[in-house]
Design a protein around this ligand. Structure first.
Ligand SMILES: [Zn+2]
Length: 321
């Protein structure tokens, strides 16, 4: 079973890292965060200026370190000239690693449960304690504001310019409310990355992408997987809460009707009762501070789930504790 490398170990071997990256891809597929698209990456513990992510194949089918490609943070291009073809959207990852030195793992997903919040104008917020990291304000980044002239307008992050724009959305010029960086700054130095510096920490753990999906950033593989899974759970819980709220309370329309004028509505307003209750900023902060020390527990369960599922193979050698 994959033992995980964060937060337990003080030194990470590449063998362990590769094994965990493949296991993480399997877990994210198993939980519906990735299908044939989407990806997870990890920064190299040996070289801060490079990162690893799978080559261009469905995450569930990864099985060996031969399927991984090392990329330069600087330009998002492969370290080896003849590397296997990679994912087009690797610039999401490279530009986030470039902007945030202590971020070591990134997940990009097209998860169906999250997509409605990228196009509806309904804000995704932390409504459940397991997703305190979302806070009360999850930004929505819109690729259409950043297309280069002459480039395809297909919503994909297909170059460093779009990647840099997306990474900036994790730390907007003006941030309000719950700040992910405030929890992080209290954490010990992480593996493989730079020591946390509040000025260089993201203010948001998750950024939604219009009509596309979401991206989450973390200090380690396990934390990134946790945040991706519980972003989906928060989105599902919020959608169900909004639906049952409306089904139960309904909408009352109050106003005046002009009977002599044929029943025309002269004035009207919609009244709703009750509110869907979200976490306060202080609750989101404290919930995440409490939970984030426990993520090794679900990580070990998730590793076992994919280990016993014959769909997934992980032939990477890796040492156990
Ligand atoms: Zn994508």
């Amino acid at each position: 079973m994959s033992a995980g490398y964060f937060p337990k170990r003080t030194k990470v071997g590449l063998e362990d890292l590769f094994k965990n990256l493949i296991t993480a891809s399997h877990i994210l597929h198993h939980h519906g965060i990735l299908d044939a698209y989407g990806h997870i990456s990890v920064r190299s513990p040996d070289n801060h200026a490079t990162f690893y992510m799978p080559c261009n194949m469905a995450p569930a089918l990864l099985s060996s370190e031969e399927h991984l490609v090392e990329y330069n943070v600087e330009d998002g291009e492969p370290v080896e000239k003849h590397a296997k073809p990679g994912y087009l959207e690797r610039y999401i990852h490279s530009e986030i690693y470039k902007r945030f030195p202590s971020i070591n793992s990134v997940v990009h997903s097209h998860c169906a449960a999250v997509l409605p919040y990228t196009i509806s104008g309904v804000p995704l917020k932390a409504g459940i304690h397991m997703a305190g990291f979302l806070g009360s304000n999850v930004p929505v980044w819109d690729a259409s504001s950043h297309y280069s002239s002459g480039s395809k307008h297909d919503l994909l992050v297909r170059d460093t310019k779009l990647g840099a724009s997306l990474s900036a959305a994790f730390k907007p010029a003006t941030s309000a409310g719950f700040l992910y960086s405030k929890v992080r700054s209290a954490l010990p130095a992480q593996i493989g990355g730079a020591p946390p510096d509040p000025a260089k920490e993201p203010d948001h753990a998750v950024v939604l992408m219009r009509g596309h999906g979401f991206t989450t950033v973390a200090h380690g593989i396990e934390e990134a997987v946790y945040q991706a899974i519980y972003t989906r759970d928060a989105a599902k819980a919020q959608m169900t809460a909004l639906m049952i709220h409306d089904a139960h309370f309904g909408h009352v329309v109050e106003g005046k009707v002009d009977i002599e004028g044929g029943g025309k509505i002269k004035s009207a307003k919609v009244k709703t009762e009750g509110d869907v209750k979200f976490l306060k900023d202080s609750e989101a902060h404290d919930a995440w501070e409490s939970i984030r020390g426990t993520i090794e527990r679900p990580w070990r369960l998730w590793c076992r789930e994919v280990e016993v599922n014959p769909l997934y193979r992980n032939d990477c050698p890796g040492c156990e504790d």
